[in-house]
Design a protein around this ligand. Sequence first.
Ligand code: CA
Length: 223
Amino acid sequence: MKILLIEDEKKVSGFIKRGLENERYIVETANDGLVGLEMGCHPTIDLIILDLMLPGIDGLTVLRKLREAEVHTPVLILTAKDSIDDRIHGLNLGADDYMVKPFSFGELLARVRALLRRSSQQNSMIATVKDLRVNLMTHEVFRDELPIELTAKEYALLEFFINNADRAVNRISIAEHVWQYDFDPGTNFVDVYINRLRKKINDSVENKLIHTVRGYGYILKTK
Ligand code: CA
């Protein structure tokens, strides 16, 4: 788990970094808003701890710009100002939690753990294959960040491929799982549906996901 700490006060930053590293988290630090924003956009960051009063650009601006850039990494705000306004503003901008300085390390750790637990539960509901993203809870499908409308059967077909990623599946098992009935091998309805799905997810030659396995069936390749 990698945590980004954006905090300009060396003492506070050092104290949090050491504490989290003792708990075996990987901690990267930024001591100004601009650097923090750039580092925060990186997809390997699991959580951002963000101070509000920062040189460069302030914490609320960092948060707003992260969310505008569609970065949904959980953010825990640290604020010295016990000002209700700032806290409400931060939560409105998409912060996940906040702490008022001074705080105990134990309290910070508890909140960090809760946020990481919550976000890993949400992430496990998202399947990603190259630039295809499928929310297994809501059944929303995106390719290259563009939403794709699928019928229930097309979605079931895609989900079957995802559950069997990098494994060749034959037409009979596809038909049994997606349509739940015995398959007459004389019909080509599986191929018809797969072609329809390929068109919808824009499965072009350059960045192909579903490949034909000649004489057998199909395979969804993740690499
Ligand atoms: Ca500060």
